[in-house]
Design a protein around this ligand. Sequence first.
Ligand SMILES: [Zn+2]
Length: 467
Amino acid sequence: MPPVSPAMEISYEPPWISVPSAPPAPPEDAHPPGPAPAGDRRPAPARQRRALARRRFRAGAERGAVGRVPAVRQVRRLVVPVGALNPDAVRGRIVAAGAEMYDGVVSILDDRIADVIPFAEWVAAHPDSQTPEFQGTILPGLVDIHNHGGYGNRFDTVDPDEARRAAEFHHRRGTTTLLASVVTAPGDEMVAQVAMLRGLAEDGTIGGIHAEGPFLAEARCGAQDPRYLCDPDPELTERLLTAAGGQLRVMTLAPERVGYDKVAQRLSDSGVVVSLGHSDTEFPRFRAALRPNGFGSLVTHLANGMPPLHHRRPGPVAAGLVAAGDGDAIVELIGDGVHIDSGFGELVFATAPGRVALITDAMQAAGMPDGEYVLGPQQVTVTDGVARIANGSIAGGTSTLLDGVRWAALECGVPLRDAVCAASSVPAQAIGLTGVGDLRTGLFADLIVVDRDLRLRRVLRRGEWLS
Ligand SMILES: [Zn+2]
């Protein structure tokens, strides 16, 4: 921590404007990782594609392809008394939706971001302070909008301590904001789980609740227990809304279910994001259920829990991508390298730039060894890190969201900033969270520091270092 300077200046102007000037050469830490590690046994095409993606990643970094860089600003300054300061200043390469620079400083005031400025500007403003050390690459705290648990703990529980442990596991792995997802179960159980999670949302442990079911298609149930799937039921919907007390942020529905329109409208009127998924319908119905004509604005784990993309039967995958490309929807993508091939990941990012939200769909086994686990009412076996129920369906993920950023950047060849936004600003936007997902003045002081291989070094959540 640098010593406190006599006063700290906090900008209240819009943080960045776009200027087409060349950025300075990156510090050594900004360079991408080297070649694939020895012992990679992937099939040759996948290896070649990954090598190509890494070459693109490296070329982008060396060209300085960083998008917007900060302009020298003429801003109004507010001088804050020394006593009011938490003098944390975190320095590094900054990659976020609202700021990108090779050497910048994020200043923290209590639980908020006070400012994000180039290092040279910080030095000029703090002539008497010890300069902060360059720590690595600074990203916004990640935002996971589809997460069932981790480190042996579940969100589909009525035990708040268990749910808190699941959230804290992901916080410490860099996901500073997450929705707790509950899966299909008997209605009374889902209502009780949502009522418990409400408390965790109200105290800031989680960012809200996602109900994945029970109004889903049996033919595409995946790991959702088919015994409890049903048509959209207004009465159960009311019970869930009441139990959540305003903290239900997303509900996944299959649009072909009888009664979909009425329940989707009720949810939408209550401020709940309608997400389409676990659906077996055709292109026209799925597309029509998304904006602008439908209530849906999100697609639950695109390609998983729906028929595969086919050129004569395009189905929900094509409909979701078209809607995302039109700016009418955001598509979730499980970035764990198991649910989705990296080539399909490339396709999705190319088709819907800025409209892809990386998720983990993590379950109890995330961060745990292979073994036997539970997802909702179902038993799950994890082998080589892949979770499956008895019929072989993949049952949620075992990764963290930072793994997803690494997968998108290094295996799909997505520009680093786009990969970061897909795990921060885009998911935050998808569910209407305005205080997280970026590095900008006034947002929560949530950030992570990673090394050149995008491995986690430190996590700051609400202004507190967790590691
Ligand atoms: Zn899920």
